[in-house]
Design a protein around this ligand. Structure first.
Ligand code: ADP
Ligand code: TRP
Length: 327
């Protein structure tokens, strides 16, 4: 099974990115052919300072490697190192109705948040479909907010195959994990643009402060508490073992435990899960050429697949006479 996913280099990665998307990327690398990329063409829709963009892109690579991406098993590359995706995006845009894109909720959400409504932002789902279809991906693991984009990619594969009368592009499937929406410290969806994120790699003391500031209700210490209505418990359950979660759940229901204690427990599991990755990240920071080598070697593998598929795409739509003219 070929697994593909991307993460934009548009800001500092947070627990929502990890628990909602990257954690399952890393699990899937054990058994599958995995292609993961840093979606830097996509992040150009929001980051247009070149030096900052370069740094953010490098940061996502460091984050993935620190979290355990194994370059011997999975590919990790920059989207822009396979420029063929932009060609496929153009071709897909010629078979995709405006109506489909007009229904995209993420475009409306982003414009409502003040992001400039460029053509790039509007056509974002077409480029994302190209990312997915150019590698004939079987499965695309993402958070819930991306599912509509994957359904659009399914539609676009169908439009292409139907229009050109050949089954060239493969229909992908989305895959969600057990944390489709990770709450932020205010209980809303955790997002870098809502100011409610717990970053993955802040210094430990800063992370602890952030965890201590998670919003809770005013139930007194001695009263029983409902773990299912608590943001602290929601995050704890996603990181702790089953036994640990059951034990903390019992303490909530029994009463006599304040939220401060639950937050301390969360800070401890956070440190246990992410502390070793933070240390790995510090070591990787010392070796930028290793990171660059991984990105380039992965891009070569990915690009070889993309070129083969593009040769079929170009042939199917009558752009060239033979398979090998686009090498
Ligand atoms: P943000 O909302 O912070 O801008 P992105 O849109 O860059 O995050 O998301 C990158 C990946 O992380 C996507 O697959 C997305 O679904 C996932 N993701 C982001 N925030 C969350 C969250 N709060 N819960 C679950 N998944 C999330
Ligand atoms: N749109 C995704 C996000 O904001 C990133 C992305 C770009 C992606 N292309 C993709 C995810 C292809 C999965 C597959 O998180």
């Amino acid at each position: 099974m070929r697994v593909l996913s991307g993460v934009q280099s548009s800001g500092t990665l947070h627990l929502g990115n990890y628990l909602g998307a990257m954690k399952q990327h890393l699990e899937l690398q054990q058994e599958n052919e995995c292609l993961f990329f840093i979606a830097n063409y996509h992040s150009l829709t929001t980051v247009q300072e070149p030096e900052r963009h370069r740094a953010l892109t490098h940061d996502v690579a460091l984050d993935y490697l620190a979290l355990g991406l194994d370059p011997g098993r999975a590919s990790l590359f920059r989207q822009s190192d396979v420029p063929e995706v932009t060609e496929l995006a153009w071709i897909l845009s010629t078979v995709t109705g405006m109506g489909l894109l007009e229904r995209a909720t993420s475009y409306k959400d982003k414009v409502a948040k003040g992001i400039s409504p460029t053509m790039g932002l509007f056509c974002y789902p077409v480029l994302m479909a190209a990312d997915i279809l150019i590698y004939r991906s079987d499965v695309v693991p993402v958070g819930k907010d991306q599912v509509q984009h994957i359904e659009m990619a399914q539609d676009m594969a169908g439009y292409f195959n139907q229009t050109f009368g050949r089954p060239v592009l493969k229909r992908p499937e989305a895959r969600l994990n057990e944390a489709p929406i990770v709450p932020g410290i205010d209980g809303q969806k955790m997002s870098k643009s809502y100011g409610n994120a717990i970053n993955l790699f802040d210094p430990p003391e800063q992370t602890r402060k952030r965890i201590m500031s998670i919003k809770t209700d005013s139930t007194p210490v001695e009263a029983p508490k409902n773990p299912d209505a608590c943001n602290v418990f929601a995050l704890y359950r996603l990181m702790a073992s089953r036994q640990e979660s059951m034990a903390l759940e019992a303490r909530y229901r029994a009463g006599g435990m304040g939220y401060g204690e639950a937050k301390k427990a969360l800070a401890e599991v956070f440190e246990r899960v992410l502390g070793p990755a933070r240390e790995r990240r510090v070591r990787l920071e010392q070796d930028p050429s290793y990171v660059e080598d991984v990105l380039q070697a992965s891009a070569r593998r990915a690009r070889a697949i993309a070129r083969e598929v593009m040769a079929e795409v170009r042939d199917a739509c009558g752009l060239v006479s033979g398979k090998d003219t686009h090498r």
